[in-house]
Structures are given as structure tokens and as C-alpha cells.
Design a protein around this ligand. Structure first.
Ligand SMILES: NC(=O)c1ccc[n+]([C@@H]2O[C@H](COP(=O)([O-])OP(=O)(O)OC[C@H]3O[C@@H](n4cnc5c(N)ncnc54)[C@H](OP(=O)(O)O)[C@@H]3O)[C@@H](O)[C@H]2O)c1
Length: 374
């Protein structure tokens, strides 16, 4: 095939993500002011309710969204009324409910943040949608693509988005901008290492029956990175998985994912290795490294290391420092603005289903020992 044909067949096969969404946060972190709508009125903040007192909500997502003028966190629910009251008191949330159902029945609430354990993502998102609420649901959106497809009908009536906050971080957007601009030649390989060490049997990550394990918990980020930076969907994958003998969760998963046209994602994720995270975007003429690709410090500067490849010692690396930003705030704002019709939903349910399809293929590969089609 002539080179030009090969290139066109291997170009981006995804629409540019986040249509209509400006690359915010490239400037300094700001307490954002609602933009005026087409009618010239200020956008009213979206009234949010939160399903559970999950750690990620209390410690990261809610404090970030509370800083945004687009988001009004009105209520939190827990299986325990005491926990809900304590969380509401600590974060200054006006309403606390002792059951998820009571929250979903609150007519004031327009959007739900769902950070439940993975096996409850689809059931509670469906319940919320049936109650007419939009849903920002934590990753992974489901346990498999088939389960995620249950959300398709509901997503026609309300907005549903998987909460991959990294896609809103200026460091991911800037790295992709550099790739698109040919700053590293043609992107060939995305290589991701992401590990932590957690052997607590009570932690949701160590419970196989509720969707624990490294692939669901953190393997979904490399898969998102491959899709985000190649701007393509992968064709097949193969995985090598080691399971904890007691938990039966995958504690060490390595995978190779083929995006076609000489484009590879490879990653290792672990729940039982020393904590570390790094992604390398390797191109034909350069390489970009995102220093802290997933758990970027909130409200802090971040760094990209851009290597021109001139020396294996790293002498050709320049550091690009990005201003303070908060990916959870940016994600909450984008979703809220989509609820108000100010922008289109950056990532819909079809995108989430595609991502689940990659996890499905890698789990099938564990059983078959072979490449599996996606
Ligand atoms: N985007 C990110 O940066 C990020 C980071 C960490 C986690 N996450 C995702 O967020 C979700 C929650 O993670 P987390 O670490 O915050 O979890 P967590 O602290 O264990 O919270 C989960 C909450 O779910 C409720 N729950 C309902 N049924 C439960 C059950 N059978 N077992 C345990 N909890 C149950 C509990 O709240 P109540 O008792 O109040 O009802 C519990 O506090 C996961 O899907 C995870 O993948 C995302």
C-alpha cells in the first residue's frame, strides 16, 4: 500500500473528544464563574446528589466540585444515616439521607455522582436514570461491556458519563496537543506502569465478587490512555495475569493491546507492588512522559518531560510545567455544563462500552492464553 494510503488508514478513527470544550485549566486555577448562556443569562449551578460516603468522593471529588460555581452539592446518601450526616457535616452539604433511594426520590436533585463499588455502578445508575437524574458514574462504568450496554436506553433520556477525570486534566490535553502537532513524530507506543500496595481484605479492591482487582481499578487508565492518545480503538489484546490466592482478584496484570498500523499500548498494573505511576508516549522522533498521569496533585502544577531522543542520559529532555489545575473540578464542570446544554457531553455511553470491551478481551485472554479480538 502506498505510504499515503497507509497513513490515511491509520489516522485517527475517533471524533475529536470533548467537542466544544475549551482546554480549560491551561491558565491558572480559578474559582470558575458560570458562563453566560446563549440567552445572555448566567448558567445556574447544577444541583448534585452523591451516592455513598465513598472515600474518593469525600476526599477528592466533592471538595473539588464544591470549588466550582457550576456545581452545587446539595445532598449525600449512605446506607447509614449517621455516616451520611457525618459526611454532610464535614463537607457542608445541606441534606443527608440514610438510604440511596431517598436521595434518588429528592425532586431538587438534578445530577448524581455514583462512586459505589464497581458491581453497583450499573444498577444504581439505572435507578438514578429512572428517577430522571443525570449520572456521573465512577470508573469502570460496569463489570463488562454487556452490562454497560444496559445503560444505552437510559442514556437517551438523561446524560450518563464515566468519570475518567484524567481526560480533563490539562496535562493529558497538552500531551495530546503535542502528539497531534507532530511534536514526537508519529506516536507508536503508549507504555503505562501503575502500581500500589494494598492487602486489606476489607478494601473493595480486594473483593472479587464486587469488581475488585487491578485491571478494573487501575488497568482501565492505561486503556483510556491508549484510546485517548492514539485517538483510535484497539483491535485485539493479550494479557498475563497473576491472581492473589486468597482474594482471587488480579494483583499483577500485564497486557499488550494492538491499535493496528504499528501502534501498541503495553501496560503493567498491580495492587501489590510498590506505588508508582508513569506513562510514556513514544513517537518516531521524540517521547513525552507524564510525571503523575492519574493522581495528579489537586490544585497543583504538573509536569511533562519531553525528550528529543538526542541522548540516552536524558540530556535532551525538557520539562514543560503546567499551571495549577484540578481534574475533578474540571470534570464536574464539564458534566454540569453539558446538563445545562452549554456544551455537548464530552464522552457518552458508547465510549464507555468500548473501554469495557477492552477489559473483556483481556479477561478472555487470561483464560485462553491467546490474543483476543476486541
Ligand atoms: N476517579 C478516581 O480518581 C477514583 C479513585 C478511587 C476510586 N475510584 C472509584 O470510586 C469507587 C469507590 O472507590 P472508593 O475507594 O472511594 O470506595 P470506598 O471508600 O470503599 O467507598 C465505597 C462506598 O460504597 C458504599 N457501599 C455500598 N455497598 C457496598 C459494599 N457492598 N461494600 C462496600 N461499600 C459499599 C459505601 O458507602 P455507604 O456506607 O456510605 O453507603 C462505601 O463507603 C470505585 O468504583 C473506584 O473504582 C475512582
Amino acid at each position: 500500500m502506498p505510504r499515503s494510503d497507509a497513513q490515511s488508514a491509520c489516522g485517527r478513527d475517533l471524533p475529536a473528544a470533548m467537542p466544544g470544550l475549551p482546554v480549560r485549566g491551561i491558565g491558572p486555577l480559578r474559582g470558575t464563574l458560570p458562563e453566560t448562556s446563549q440567552s445572555g443569562e448566567m448558567m445556574k449551578p447544577v444541583r448534585w446528589g452523591v451516592l455513598s460516603t465513598a472515600k474518593i468522593g469525600l476526599q477528592r471529588v466533592l471538595p473539588a466540585m464544591q470549588k466550582s460555581a457550576y456545581c452545587d452539592i446539595r445532598a449525600i446518601a449512605s446506607r447509614s444515616a449517621d455516616s451520611a450526616r457525618r459526611a454532610a457535616g464535614a463537607l457542608g452539604i445541606p441534606k443527608a439521607y440514610g438510604s440511596y433511594e431517598e436521595l434518588l426520590a429528592d425532586p431538587e436533585i438534578e445530577a448524581i455522582y455514583n462512586p459505589l463499588p464497581n458491581h453497583l455502578h450499573v444498577p444504581l445508575t439505572l435507578q438514578a436514570a429512572a428517577a430522571g437524574k443525570h449520572v456521573l458514574c465512577e470508573k469502570p462504568i460496569a463489570l463488562n461491556a454487556q452490562q454497560a450496554r444496559q445503560l444505552q436506553a437510559a442514556s437517551g433520556k438523561v446524560l450518563i458519563m464515566e468519570a475518567f477525570m484524567v481526560r480533563f486534566h490539562p496535562q493529558w490535553l497538552r500531551a495530546r496537543e503535542l502528539v497531534r502537532g507532530g511534536g514526537i513524530g508519529t506516536l507508536r507506543a503508549v507504555q503505562f506502569l501503575f502500581c500500589y500496595s494494598n492487602s486489606d481484605p476489607a478494601n473493595i479492591r480486594n473483593q472479587a465478587d464486587i469488581g475488585g482487582g487491578a485491571l478494573y481499578d487501575i488497568g482501565c487508565y492505561p486503556i483510556t490512555a491508549g484510546r485517548f492518545f492514539f485517538e483510535a480503538e484497539p483491535r485485539r489484546g493479550i494479557a498475563l495475569i497473576d491472581r492473589d490466592p486468597d482474594f482471587r482478584t488480579d494483583r499483577l496484570t500485564s497486557a499488550l493491546v494492538d491499535f493496528g498500523c504499528g501502534r501498541h499500548l503495553d501496560f503493567t498494573v498491580s495492587t501489590q507492588c510498590t506505588p508508582y505511576q508513569r506513562v510514556h508516549l513514544c513517537g518516531t522522533t521524540g517521547r513525552i512522559e507524564i510525571q503523575i498521569p492519574v493522581n495528579a496533585p489537586q490544585g497543583a502544577k504538573t509536569a511533562l518531560f519531553i525528550d528529543d531522543g538526542s541522548s540516552p542520559s536524558g540530556a535532551g529532555i525538557r520539562t514543560e510545567t503546567l499551571p495549577e489545575s484540578d481534574q475533578y473540578m474540571l470534570q464536574g464542570e464539564a458534566f454540569s455544563r453539558a446538563v445545562r446544554g452549554e456544551i455537548s457531553l464530552p464522552y457518552g455511553i458508547e465510549n464507555a462500552i468500548q473501554g469495557m470491551g477492552v477489559i473483556d478481551a483481556l479477561l478472555r485472554s487470561e483464560a485462553s492464553g491467546r490474543w483476543e479480538e476486541i
